[in-house]
Design a protein around this ligand. Structure first.
Ligand code: SAH
Length: 218
């Protein structure tokens, strides 16, 4: 007798357990991950891999982040229910959707018009009314909406993202992969309230690069 394949629900529950065993232990973060239907963000071609703990290709040569990394970064941000969060690199919108369950508002910026349009459709479909989108160069942040309580960068910045740190509240937190090519470290900057920051290195990561300007095609 052959065994029936695992149901979507079983695979989803198994992924959440695996994230917990890897250190994503904040119950609110786990809850937000559990309630976010990743299948809506994964391209048709990769639907059968939706609940694997891996990054997957999306349009425009970009990727939807690995669930463990989404959990780890979300946990590292220490979001409060009143937080206004700026996210750079909307991509599929998966990380945005997770943030939107924890924060008051999520402002998200993407440099590909196609990706932004597709993500916006998903936010409407899921009724995520606290997500505000912008097509533009996220390296410049979102000056009109600054300062933010939290900033999350989901593409690798070559160096310390000074323009973004300047848009953080004095005691705010910014989490970003920093580094060029394959050598990237996930870092957390926490404002000391006097214009300085403490910097912690969380782990090694692998993200697509944060590029300058908006994409001309797509
Ligand atoms: N959080 C996303 C991961 C997206 S990958 C998800 O879960 O799907 C990183 C994204 O950052 C890509 O979509 C890329 O186009 C975008 N990006 C890179 N540089 C950028 C910039 N300067 N401004 C805005 N978005 C940028």
């Amino acid at each position: 007798m052959t065994e029936a394949p695992d149901t979507d629900e079983t695979q989803r529950a198994r992924l959440i357990l695996s994230l917990r065993s890897q250190g994503v232990t904040d119950p609110k973060v786990l809850d937000a991950l559990e309630k976010t239907p990743r299948d809506l963000f994964v391209p048709n071609l990769f639907q059968d891999r939706t609940w694997e703990d891996s990054a997957l290709p999306i349009a425009c040569g970009q990727t939807i982040s690995q669930p463990f990394i989404v959990g780890l970064m979300t946990q590292a941000l220490r979001i409060e229910s009143r937080s206004r969060v700026l996210e750079i690199g909307t991509g599929s919108g998966y990380q945005t959707a997770v943030l939107s369950r924890l924060a008051r508002y999520v402002y998200t910026v993407e440099r590909y018009r196609t990706l932004m349009g597709e993500a916006e459709k998903r936010f409407r479909h899921l009724d995520l009314l606290n997500v505000i989108t912008r097509f533009g160069d996220g390296g410049e942040g979102w000056p009109e909406q600054a300062p933010f309580d939290r900033i999350l960068v989901t593409a690798a910045a070559p160096d310390e993202p000074k323009a973004l740190l300047a848009q953080l509240k004095p005691k705010g937190t910014l989490v970003a992969p920093i580094g060029r090519g394959a050598e990237q470290m996930l870092k957390r900057y926490t404002g000391d309230g006097h214009g300085g920051f403490s910097i912690e290195t969380i782990c090694e990561v692998r993200f697509v690069p944060l590029l300058e300007g908006v994409a001309k095609e797509f």
